[in-house]
Design a protein around this ligand. Structure first.
Ligand code: DI6
Ligand code: FE
Length: 395
């Protein structure tokens, strides 16, 4: 019996064997057929720490230019997120800064933020485009996202989010912008192999369900899976729309209806909850946790790192917010950034749990119980991070 750990499928005094970057044996050390030194070329002692899978941040906009600290101040003086967006601030101010930034500048700022995540045991990171909204800048953002994987010890999955906001040059011509995304940008992104998935912002201040469906049809034609920013500020039926396209995930979901949840369950679409944005925008409507539980919809958690609604660079803080604000249990929260985070990226076969055959991505923690990961606000008890079988630096 593992103190505080029985509910986590925990193994006391466990051992893991790694070969060629994958887990080849895992279980109680007492079940090993021989002494570790007789079985392996190299043996490492975990020093009594807890081991979890590498953490997965399955929804970020970590590649972006500029800062929105000024907008943060405006909101504290009374302006709402939607008012700022409608006045040309918000997402569009980040679009301006991202267009103006060089690839090198975008890479440097994204690396600075990503390092903070990596220091807390993140080994898989999703990165979206969507602050370019023109062909060149969307491609630039995705190239930077791909470069992140070459510069840092992290697995990156990229998502094309061309339908994130309406660029100023298409003002009052949203359908024409969607035409452009579908006819030119998405095919160019796919031709360069720059996106692993396609996302859209289906919202009053984003795109309608009909426009979203057009983007999804184009993605399907190119063989790319979809995800959706759905039902964040209002219920436009986004969750059901995403499920209709067998989306990997529907994300945010504060306003999702029971019918939307049922459709997600049916399609196997993961619910990605983003408590950082809920907190930062001071939302009042909670995502329907009980509905997801009742229907058996897997729940993932992510930082949503972005300059407007969640400038968070700590996934552990997100675990705390999920427990405190959404009343998730620490066990649900941990599953949200491991097993279910992997599923939200279509990586469930390779990542997210400690199992034979999966990638040897794991973290050793200096904690008494896994609940400490959600409990200790602002702490970072990460002792060691192993990615693909190799210890990686975390600073
Ligand atoms: N929903 C969000 O919370 C982010 N994007 C989206 O579609 C916010 C992006 C921003 O404000 O820059
Ligand atoms: Fe987002």
């Amino acid at each position: 019996m593992v103190p505080g750990g029985a509910r986590y499928g925990a193994v006391a005094d466990g051992a893991v064997a790694v070969d060629d970057g994958r887990i080849v044996w895992i279980g109680a050390a007492s079940d090993l057929p021989k002494q570790p030194a007789e079985l392996a070329r190299r043996v490492e002692d975990g020093g009594g720490g807890w081991m979890t899978p590498g953490l997965i941040d399955c929804h970020t906009h970590i590649v972006h230019g500029g800062s929105r600290a000024g907008e943060f101040e405006m909101r504290l003086e009374g302006a709402s997120y939607e008012e700022i967006a409608r006045a040309g601030g918000g997402i569009l101010s980040t679009v301006k800064a991202t267009r103006a930034a060089s690839e090198q500048e975008l890479l440097a700022s994204a690396m600075r933020r990503a390092r903070r995540l990596l220091a807390e045991g993140v080994t898989v990171l999703e990165v979206k485009s969507g602050y370019g909204l023109d062909l060149d800048t969307e491609l630039k953002m995705l190239r930077v996202a791909r470069r992140l994987e070459r510069e840092l010890p992290v697995t990156v999955r990229t998502t094309f989010l061309g339908a994130h906001a309406l660029p100023p040059d298409y003002k009052d011509r949203a359908d024409a912008y969607i035409d452009f995304v579908c006819a030119e940008v998405l095919p160019a992104v796919a031709a360069e192999g720059l996106a692993d998935a396609v996302d859209a912002f289906c919202e009053g201040i984003g795109f309608s369900p009909v426009q979203t469906a057009r983007v999804f049809d184009t993605a399907a034609g190119l063989g790319l899976p979809v995800k959706l920013h759905a039902d964040q500020l209002s219920d436009l039926g986004g969750a059901a729309l995403a499920a209709g396209y067998s989306a990997l995930s529907a994300d945010h979901l504060e306003y999702t209806s029971d019918a939307g949840i049922a459709a997600m369950a049916e399609a196997g679409t993961v619910a990605v909850l983003l408590p950082g944005a809920f907190y930062f925008l001071r939302e009042k409507t909670l995502p329907p946790l009980d509905g997801f539980r009742r229907h058996g919809v897997p729940i993932a958690l992510a930082t949503d790192n972005n300059p407007g609604s969640s400038p968070a660079v700590s996934l552990l803080l997100i675990l705390n917010m999920a427990c405190t604000l959404f009343r998730m249990t620490p066990e649900e929260a941990l599953a949200g950034v491991t097993r279910n985070g992997a599923a939200a990226l279509g990586l469930g076969e390779e990542y997210g749990t400690l199992e034979v055959g999966k990638r040897a991505d794991f973290v050793l923690w200096d904690v008494e119980t896994p609940a400490d990961l959600s409990y200790r606000m602002g702490d970072n008890p990460c002792k060691q991070v192993v990615r693909h079988g190799k210890t990686v630096p975390t600073v």
